[in-house]
Design a protein around this ligand. Structure first.
Ligand SMILES: [Cu+2]
Length: 695
C-alpha cells in the first residue's frame, strides 16, 4: 500500500464537504505581503499568487455545470465551469473502486462530461450521439463505472465548444498496488488556453480566414532582414513560393496568443500559480494539457525532469530538459531540486505567441526569473530546410530537413519527405513515389502525381508535376523520365535515365512486426482527391525520433535534451503480445485555406464508421497530409505506440502526428460498442472525426 501524500496546497475534501482550499487562504495573505515588498519586474514572476486546483475525493461526486463570469484579461467574460471552479475540481479516485458522478447541467445548451483516457463501458464515455444522448439543460446524468487503472488523466465536456470555455478538470487515480513512482510531494499542473471571444466566433473567424489569428506572417522588417541575409532574388523567390502555395511559413497554430491567454491551473501569467517544495524532495509534477487548440513546450530552467508516465501510464524513466505536450496528453515528471531556490515552470505555446508560467519555489518569498521565449519556428528554410525557388504548385507537401535547388517546378500535387533532394530536372511523370535518402540529378521532370519521402534531393529544376510521391532511399540522375505511375521504395537508385514505366510498383506491402511500426506502402485513396485536400504526403518518414518543429535544434543550440516519442517505453511488459492481423491506414487531411479538416479526405458527416472486430489486434497507421500537428485521440481502448521495443510498448490515449509524417500504434479491440476517434484540436474535430464500432 502506498500512502498518498497530498501536497499542502491541495486539500482533500469529501465530495459532500465544503470546498475550501487552505492554500488559497494561506497564500492569499502572503501574496499581499509579497506585493508590498517586491517591486514588479517584467522578467520576474509577478508576486500576486494564483489559485490552485480544488480537490474532491471519494467515490460519489456531485458536479454541476454552470455559467460563471471570469476575468483573465482585464475584461469580464462568460465561462462555463464545473462546481463554480475554473478549472473544474480535481477528482481523486482510487484504482479498484467504483465511482459515481452525478452531473447536473445548468447551461442553456446540452452538455456532457467525457472521462478522457478512462477504460470504461461505452455508455459511460460521455460522447453525445455515440455513448448517450447528452445531458439536456436542467437534467442530471449519473455516470457510474469501475476504475480499472491509475495515473494522471482529465475530463472535459464533449459538447459543442464547451471545452474552450472551461468545462474541464483533472483526474488523479491512486494505484491499488504500491506506486512504482517514488515521490515525496506532488503537484497537478493543468495547462489551458482562454479567449474572451466566444468559441463560435473563433471558429467562424477561422472559417472565413484560416490565418485570422496568425499575426506572425512576414512583416516589412522581416523582408529587409531576409533580403540582407539571402539577397533580393532568393528572398523574392522564397516568398513567391509560399504565396503561390497560399501558405504561411509561420502558420504553426490556427489560434494563437493573438486571442489566447495561456493558463496554468486557471491562472494567467500575470498572476502565476505557485507551488512549493522542500530542498532535496522528489516532486512529482503531473502535467495535463487541457487546451482547446494549443500545443505547449515545457521546461523548468535549472532542473532536469525525469518522465515517469505519459497519458497516465507508467513509462521507463527518461531524463530530459524539455518536452512537448499535445492537446489532451498528460506527462508525469519527477524533479529533484537540490537547492533552496525558485524555479520557473515555463510553458510556451508551440508558435511562441505566448506562454504561461508557474513559480516553483522553496520559499514563498522567492520568485523565479522568466526566461525569454525560444525563437518562433519557421516552416520552410529552417524546419523544412528547403531552398525551393520559383516553384509553382497548387498542392504540395514536404518533409523535414533540407531540399535545395528546385527551380521552375510546376506541380499541382506534390508530397516530399525529409532530408535533402537535389537535381530533379525535367521529369515528367503522372504518378510517382520515391524513397528516402538521396536523390539527385532529376532534370526535366513532368509528373502529374508524385510524392517524395525522406532522404536527400537537390537540384530539381524545371519540374512539372501534378502529383508526386517519393519514399525513402537514394536516387540520383533521373533525367528525362516519363512515367504515368511510379512508386519507389527504400534503397538506392541511380542513373534512371529515359525510363518509361507505366505501372511499376517497387514497394512490397508488408505488415511489420508488432512494436516496430508499419512497413506498408502509403496509399492515397481517391477520396483524397478534391478541393477538400490541399496536400498529400507520399511516403512520409516516421515521426518517432523527431522532436518536432521548433525543437529540433535545441540539443545543439542549448544542450537541452528534448523528449521524443522514441524515448517512451512501457514500464510494464506489453499486455497483448499478438502480432497485428491487419493494418488500417488513415490519412489526416485538410484544406488549410478553407479551414476544412477530414480523414482520408472525408469529413465526419459523410463518413462510414470504422469497424473493428471484437478482440482483434490491429495496427493503425496515421499519415499526416497536412502542415499541422494533429493530436489524435481514440476512445475506449489504448493506442499502443510502436516505439521500437515489442516487449515494452507504451500505452497512450492521444498521439501527436507530426506534419508530413506517419506514426503507428497497435490496438486491442477489447471494448464493445461505439467509440469516438478524433483530432483533439477543438476546431479540427467537427471534420477530423470518426465513429469506431467494435463488435
Ligand atoms: Cu487536427
Amino acid at each position: 500500500m502506498t500512502v498518498f501524500k497530498p501536497s499542502h496546497e491541495e486539500q482533500n475534501k469529501s465530495s459532500s464537504g465544503t470546498v475550501l482550499s487552505r492554500r488559497q487562504f494561506v497564500f492569499g495573505a502572503s501574496a499581499m505581503l509579497a506585493l508590498t515588498t517586491i517591486p514588479f519586474s517584467k522578467n520576474a514572476l509577478a508576486s500576486a499568487i494564483g489559485q490552485s486546483l480544488t480537490q474532491l475525493s471519494g467515490t460519489v461526486f456531485d458536479l454541476s455545470i454552470d455559467y460563471k463570469t471570469v476575468n483573465f484579461t482585464g475584461t469580464p467574460a462568460r465561462a462555463t465551469v464545473i462546481n463554480q471552479l475554473f478549472p473544474g475540481p480535481l477528482l481523486r479516485w482510487k484504482e479498484g473502486e467504483t465511482v459515481t458522478l452525478r452531473v447536473k447541467n445548468n447551461l442553456d445548451h446540452d452538455s456532457s462530461l467525457h472521462w478522457h483516457g478512462m477504460i470504461l463501458p461505452t455508455e459511460m464515455d460521455g460522447v453525445p450521439g455515440l455513448s448517450f444522448a447528452g445531458i439536456k439543460p436542467g437534467e442530471t446524468f449519473e455516470y457510474k463505472f469501475p476504475v480499472k487503472q491509475s495515473g494522471t488523466y482529465w475530463y472535459h465536456s464533449h459538447s459543442g465548444f464547451q471545452e474552450q470555455t472551461g468545462v474541464y478538470g483533472a483526474i488523479v487515480i491512486d494505484p491499488k498496488e504500491a506506486d512504482p513512482v517514488v515521490f515525496d510531494r506532488e503537484h497537478v499542473i493543468m495547462l489551458s488556453d482562454w479567449s474572451d471571444e466566444a468559441p463560435e466566433t473563433i471558429y467562424a473567424n477561422l472559417k472565413k480566414q484560416s490565418d485570422y489569428y496568425n499575426y506572425s506572417e512576414r512583416t516589412m522588417s522581416d523582408l529587409f532582414s531576409d533580403i540582407k541575409k539571402q539577397g533580393l532574388v532568393n528572398t523574392w523567390r522564397a516568398r513567391s513560393m509560399w504565396n503561390q502555395e497560399r501558405m504561411s511559413d509561420r502558420d504553426i497554430s490556427d489560434v494563437t496568443g493573438a486571442t489566447y491567454t495561456y493558463l496554468m491551473n486557471g491562472n494567467p501569467p500575470a498572476q502565476p500559480w505557485q507551488a512549493l517544495f522542500k530542498q532535496g524532495e522528489k516532486v512529482r509534477l503531473r502535467f495535463i494539457n487541457s487546451s482547446a487548440m494549443t500545443i505547449f513546450d515545457v521546461r523548468i530552467p535549472g532542473l532536469k525532469m525525469t518522465v515517469v508516465a505519459s497519458d497516465g501510464q507508467n513509462v521507463q524513466p527518461v531524463t530530459i530538459d524539455e518536452f512537448r505536450i499535445g492537446v489532451a496528453e498528460t506527462y508525469d515528471v519527477i524533479v529533484e531540486p537540490k537547492m533552496e531556490d525558485a524555479y520557473c515552470i515555463f510553458v510556451q505555446s508551440i508558435d511562441r505567441s505566448g506562454y504561461t508560467v508557474g513559480n516553483f519555489t522553496s520559499d514563498e518569498m522567492f520568485t523565479a526569473k522568466i526566461p525569454d521565449m525560444d525563437p518562433m519556428p519557421i516552416l520552410g528554410h529552417g524546419d523544412m530546410g528547403m531552398n525551393m525557388e520559383g516553384m509553382d504548385h497548387s498542392k504540395m507537401a514536404m518533409g523535414s530537413d533540407s531540399m535545395s535547388g528546385m527551380e521552375g517546378m510546376d506541380h499541382s500535387k506534390m508530397a516530399m519527405g525529409s532530408d535533402s533532394m537535389s537535381g530533379m530536372e525535367g521529369m515528367d511523370h503522372s504518378k510517382m513515389a520515391m524513397g528516402s535518402d538521396s536523390m539527385s540529378g532529376m532534370e526535366g521532370m513532368d509528373h502529374s502525381k508524385m510524392a517524395m519521402g525522406s532522404g536527400s534531393m537537390a537540384g530539381m529544376e524545371g519540374m512539372d508535376h501534378s502529383k508526386m510521391a517519393m519514399g525513402s532511399g537514394s536516387m540520383a540522375g533521373m533525367e528525362g523520365m516519363d512515367h504515368s505511375k511510379m512508386a519507389m521504395g527504400s534503397g538506392s537508385m541511380t542513373g534512371m535515365e529515359g525510363m518509361d514505366l507505366s505501372q511499376p510498383s517497387m514497394v512490397m506491402p508488408t505488415l511489420g512486426l508488432a512494436g516496430y511500426g508499419s512497413d506498408n506502402e502509403i496509399k492515397h485513396l481517391d477520396s483524397e482527391n478534391g478541393p477538400q485536400v490541399d496536400m498529400q504526403s507520399g511516403m512520409p518518414q516516421s515521426g518517432l525520433n523527431d522532436p518536432g518543429i521548433g525543437l529540433r535544434d535545441h540539443q545543439a543550440n542549448y544542450n537541452r535534451k528534448v523528449l521524443t516519442y522514441a524515448d517512451l517505453k512501457g514500464l510494464h511488459p506489453t499486455h497483448d503480445k499478438r502480432q497485428p492481423t491487419r493494418e488500417i491506414q488513415l490519412h489526416l487531411t485538410g484544406n488549410m485555406n478553407r479551414y476544412m479538416w477530414s480523414i482520408n479526405g472525408i469529413n465526419f458527416a459523410d463518413s462510414a464508421p470504422l469497424e473493428l472486430a471484437y478482440n482483434e489486434r490491429v495496427r493503425i497507421t496515421l499519415v499526416n497530409d497536412t502542415m499541422m500537428i494533429h493530436p489524435m485521440h481514440l476512445h475506449g481502448v489504448w493506442s499502443e505506440l510502436e516505439t521500437g521495443d515489442p516487449d515494452y510498448i507504451p500505452r497512450k490515449h492521444t498521439v501527436m502526428v507530426q506534419p508530413g509524417s506517419k506514426i503507428s500504434y497497435l490496438v486491442t479491440a477489447d471494448a464493445l460498442g461505439q467509440w469516438a476517434y478524433h483530432c483533439h484540436l477543438l476546431y479540427h474535430m467537427p471534420g477530423m472525426f470518426r465513429k469506431v464500432v467494435i463488435k
